[in-house]
Structures are given as structure tokens and as C-alpha cells.
Design a protein around this ligand. Structure first.
Ligand SMILES: O=c1ccn([C@@H]2O[C@H](COP(=O)(O)O)[C@@H](O)[C@H]2O)c(=O)[nH]1
Length: 241
């Protein structure tokens, strides 16, 4: 199984993003547009990034009553997006409604259920009244999302091994919370792994923002991560052979 990089384009302006996208055209497949860029620059920017040849992952983490989320999915369907997030803690009925809306309006769209944010640890969960370890809560929400018909999940790479054991093989597992071994800190991320570890665990995609965006040479940092994922893939093939 191979693991692909998704660049989280969390910058304030289109001008700041432009040189990096230009340098990564042709080597990077996926760009994630999240709340920062979408609230500032809207659907037009989604179209602009897709026009540059990137697959777009729209990370809006929808969380509302079933009808409202389904209508939002319908409104977003005309956009050139390949992935869209919603919160699994919105519940089964909401996820079923969203998946139905996606199937009717944009059948190829991969709806991803966000389980427990990678910025949350056991103490943070307990503060919200959830007295479970992150791994148990992720598994619970992941099973609910799978039952509701979703085909992909967002979780930390730490939970990927248990999800790979417990869920159908077709589930796409997208993992933020990526930090290199040499990183000085983890920012606000609490459940982290390195790119190679996440790939080895079985992530379908890793999502990386600040470690690339704040690097002295962001394009080189992105290429180094792709290399790390590719090297691991090649090593696995070599070991398999
Ligand atoms: O659980 C989650 C879900 C989404 N994210 C998003 O991924 C990136 C990570 O950025 P870094 O700068 O690499 O920490 C960011 O856009 C988050 O909104 C997440 O981190 N955790």
C-alpha cells in the first residue's frame, strides 16, 4: 500500500500560496484547502487550485443537523473537489444524510469522517465528558462512520493499526498530526508520528502543513517528505522481494 502527501495550505493569502504551488506542480498530487483559505477566498480559490492541476481536499469539517449538512454537501458538489470532511460526532443520521447527498450530486466525492482531532489527548477528551482513551473513541466513531456508509476517515496515525485491523480494507485513512523526528516541537498537535511511521502504519494519505509551510525552503521540505514516503514504499518492496 502506498501513502500520498496532502499539503495543508494554511496561509492567509493567495499570493503567499502561489510560489509554493508553482514549484510543486507536477510532483504534488493533493492540496488541502481548510477553514483559513476557504473563509478568506471562498469557492473561487478552490477552482483556481484545481485549475493548476491539483486534486483538492476541502477540509470544512461540517458539523450540524442532518438536513443542514446534506444541503451543504449539495451546495459544494459543483466544486472541483475530491475529498470533503465532516465531523463523525455529528452522529449516524447526519453522516447517512451527507453520504446520500454526495452519492446523488457527486458520486466520486470521498466524504471523510473526522474522528478525534489530532490536537486532542485523553485529558482534552475527558474535559468534554468523554472518558475514553483516544484510540477507543476513534474506533467507536470510525465504526459508526463505516456503518453510516462513509468510505474514509481522518484520525491520527497512532490509531491506524487498530482501524486497519477492525475496518474493511477499502477505508481510506487520512492522517494529520505529522511531525518529523527532528522537529523542535509539535505545535498544537498531540497525537503525532513521522511521515515514514505513518506510512508504515498504513495511512492512505498524510496531511502536512506547518512543517512544510514554515520550513526555510517549503518546496524542498515537501519533496523531502514525498521522498521519505517513496523510500519507505521502495524499502517495503525490496523487503517483500
Ligand atoms: O484531526 C485533525 C483534522 C484536521 N487537521 C488539519 O490538518 C492540518 C495539519 O496541519 P499541521 O500544520 O501539519 O499541524 C491542519 O490544516 C488541520 O486543520 C488536523 O490537524 N487534525
Amino acid at each position: 500500500m502506498s501513502t500520498d502527501l496532502i499539503l495543508a495550505l494554511d496561509v492567509p493569502t493567495r499570493e503567499e500560496a502561489a510560489p509554493l504551488l508553482r514549484q510543486l506542480r507536477g510532483s504534488l498530487n493533493w492540496v488541502k484547502i481548510g477553514l483559513q483559505m476557504f473563509t478568506a477566498h471562498g469557492p473561487d480559490y478552490v477552482r483556481a487550485v484545481a485549475d493548476e492541476g491539483f486534486n483538492v481536499f476541502l477540509d470544512l469539517k461540517l458539523h450540524d443537523i442532518p438536513n443542514t449538512v446534506a444541503k451543504a454537501v449539495e451546495s459544494l458538489a459543483p466544486l472541483p473537489i475530491g475529498m470533503l470532511t465532516l465531523h463523525t460526532c455529528g452522529g449516524r443520521e447526519m453522516m447517512v444524510a451527507a453520504q446520500k447527498a454526495a452519492a446523488q450530486t457527486k458520486p466520486g466525492l470521498l466524504l471523510l469522517g473526522v474522528t478525534v482531532l489530532t490536537s486532542t489527548n485523553a485529558a482534552g477528551l475527558a474535559e468534554t465528558g468523554v472518558n475514553a482513551a483516544p484510540e477507543s473513541q476513534v474506533l467507536r466513531l470510525a465504526k459508526l462512520a463505516t456503518d453510516a456508509g462513509l468510505r474514509g476517515l481522518v484520525c491520527s496515525p497512532l490509531e491506524v493499526p487498530v482501524l486497519r485491523r477492525e475496518l474493511p480494507a477499502h477505508m481510506q485513512l487520512v492522517t494529520p498530526g505529522i511531525r518529523s523526528a527532528a522537529a523542535a516541537g509539535t505545535d498544537d498537535q498531540k497525537r503525532t508520528m513521522t511521515p515514514a511511521e505513518a506510512a508504515r502504519a498504513g495511512s492512505s494519505f498524510i496531511v502536512v502543513g506547518r512543517p512544510i509551510l514554515k520550513a526555510p525552503d517549503p518546496a524542498a521540505a515537501a519533496r523531502a517528505i514525498m521522498e521519505e514516503l517513496g523510500q519507505r514504499h521502495n524499502q517495503t518492496q525490496a523487503n517483500d522481494g
